[in-house]
Design a protein around this ligand. Structure first.
Ligand SMILES: [Zn+2]
Length: 60
């Protein structure tokens, strides 16, 4: 066994995620047309409690 995932190499040349207009992260999925980070173009911004280091506290 080698370290890492060998099949990662098949992804080369394909850009699935481009820069998101809202959060600026390269997490906007071109085919799904949705940002993996902020949920753009959803009206509500995608966020979860586990994103915060203060566990259980209110979101932002
Ligand atoms: Zn985004």
């Amino acid at each position: 066994m080698t370290k890492g995932t060998p099949s990662e190499g098949k992804k080369s040349g394909k850009v699935s995620h481009i820069r998101c207009r809202r959060c600026g992260y390269p997490a906007y999925h071109r085919q799904a047309r949705r940002c993996a980070k902020c949920g753009f173009p959803d009206a509500k911004i995608r966020k979860y409690a586990w994103q915060s280091k203060r566990l259980g506290k209110r979101l932002f």
